[in-house]
Design a binder for this molecule. Structure first.
Ligand code: ADP
Ligand code: ASP
Ligand code: MG
Length: 439
């Protein structure tokens, strides 16, 4: 069994869907396609939700009409038989009637999750119809029947495995399955999701549940690049990465993978392969437990970071001070990314600021508190680079002239992280590429 996840661009038009269907069916053996929403749809559904939250029904309706029109045009291009095209029209009508039903109701975050889920439900339904029209046998398995997160928002791997296998056992003859990425149920059985970009995470959870031979992430670029191609020209695909390298890069902002994708695959020892739907012949990137090469492999950047400095009220960081500080973040369920300490103060960074004011109020019991927002963590990643003094020297040479707020070195053997104001991000990424990779 191979898992093939196709992102938004890969299913973003009639032509792309046709290509992807051909591509999956030319791939040998049993497989499961995990599909994202068509590119732009999740953003559109969030915009609609935003209007509905603000009770701006006219604007919501305008957006809903526009989106429906876009899908109708897609159906006209995708299907050639009248019967299937009519089926696609009634399918679209169902989904859009459902979305419109929220213009009359109270709209909370729960309703928003139901609206946002329509993106993946639409793409998979149209994809399955196209397979049917083209004479390919495909079984659509609803992710809402087996993907589940628990009270801590963590995937319930036992539930997923049991229920996915039970669903699949209903089709012993089938060799091609389709399911939705991103969407799931929560501990209360309500519709929920795995956060933005979560289809990658679905692919890896499904891959582990089925003990797949590979988890393939098919996207719009020919592999994991050595720097963010949206900010740096002449970046290059990396042929091989270790699980640890890819996990650090994804966690520290490389958009190509949802931050949680790698861990389940690493634990199960299943290779993650990144491939380009627009250029399937390109080798792509293979992520396994094997470390290869030397030095820094890639750079990633994570935006939207807030740095918090707590200066101890009394002299010296007496023992117990750190525990009290960290306990506050634990109480407010806010993960910390970077930490540095001095004699009398500790600095740390967070990206979830939803409970920041309460965190600051509690921290003030232990000292003075300063915050800096609009910060970016730049991470240089490569197996064993913390043992390589040359790697650190090159990073600091590249960052000359850039105001550095924090440095984290040695926390992981694979990562050097630096916190800088976001306004310097592009300059830092480009300087690092030119010094480290000579581009
Ligand atoms: P999908 O819709 O297939 O999930 P995403 O947009 O989520 O695709 O991820 C692919 C995009 O990630 C690329 O088009 C690229 O712009 C961006 N990206 C950021 N960092 C990297 C990187 N290190 N390597 C490759 N792509 C990256
Ligand atoms: N459609 C979702 C998003 O845009 C999930 C994904 O594409 O992975 O975030
Ligand atoms: Mg993505």
């Amino acid at each position: 069994m191979n898992i093939m996840k196709f992102g938004g661009t890969s299913v973003g038009s009639a032509e792309r869907i046709k290509d992807v269907v051909r591509l999956t069916f030319s791939y040998p053996g049993r497989k499961m396609a995990v599909l994202s929403a068509m590119s732009g749809t999740t953003n559109n559904l969030l915009e609609i939700s935003d209007y509905l939250t603000k009770r701006n029904t006219d604007a919501a309706n305008d957006k809903i009409n526009l989106l429906e029109k876009k899908y109708k045009q897609l159906a006209d291009k995708l299907f050639f038989s009248e019967d299937i095209r009519n089926r696609s029209y009634s399918l679209l009508r169902e989904h859009f009637t459902y979305i419109r039903s929220f213009t009359q109701d109270l709209f909370t975050v729960n309703e928003m999750k139901c609206v946002v889920a329509q993106g993946e439900l639409l793409s998979t339904a149209l994809f399955e119809l196209y397979c049917r029209e083209s004479g390919f046998n495909a079984v659509l398995l609803p992710a809402l029947n087996f993907m589940r997160i628990d009270r801590e928002q963590e995937p319930d791997q036992f539930y997923i495995k049991e229920n996915l296998n039970r669903e699949m056992d209903k089709y012993p003859e089938a060799s091609f399955f389709i399911t939705q990425g991103f969407i799931c149920r929560n501990a209360f059985g309500e519709i929920d999701n795995l956060k933005r970009g979560g289809s990658d995470y679905t692919a890896s959870l499904v891959g582990v549940a089925l003990n797949a031979s590979s988890i393939q992430i098919w996207t719009d670029i020919d592999g994991f690049h050595d720097n963010d191609p949206r900010f740096v020209e002449n970046t290059h695909a990396i042929a091989e990465l270790s699980f640890d390298e890819a996990a650090e890069l994804a966690y520290f902002g490389a958009k190509i993978l949802h931050p949680s994708t790698i861990l389940p695959a690493k634990v199960a020892g299943i290779p993650v392969i990144i491939k380009n739907t627009l250029n399937p012949a390109a080798a792509g990137s293979t992520i396994t437990d094997k470390a290869s090469g030397k030095g820094i492999k890639a750079i990633a950047a994570k935006d939207g970071i807030t740095a918090i400095r707590v200066k101890s009220g009394r002299m010296l960081l007496a023992y117990g001070f750190m525990r009290k500080v960290f306990e506050i973040f634990e109480i407010y369920k806010t993960p910390i990314d970077m930490i540095t300490t001095s004699e009398i103060s500790v600095s740390l960074t967070i990206d979830d600021t939803s409970r920041l004011s309460r965190i600051i109020a509690d921290l003030k019991h232990y000292g003075t508190v300063e915050t800096d927002n609009e910060q970016t963590i730049i991470s240089a990643v490569g197996e064993g680079i913390s043992d390589d003094s040359e790697a650190a020297r090159l990073v600091f040479t590249a960052l000359a002239g850039i105001p550095v707020r924090m440095i984290s070195y040695g926390g992981s053997r694979h990562n050097i992280s630096i916190l800088i104001p976001s306004s310097f991000k592009s300059r830092a990424l480009n300087a690092l590429s030119s010094i480290l990779f000579n581009h």
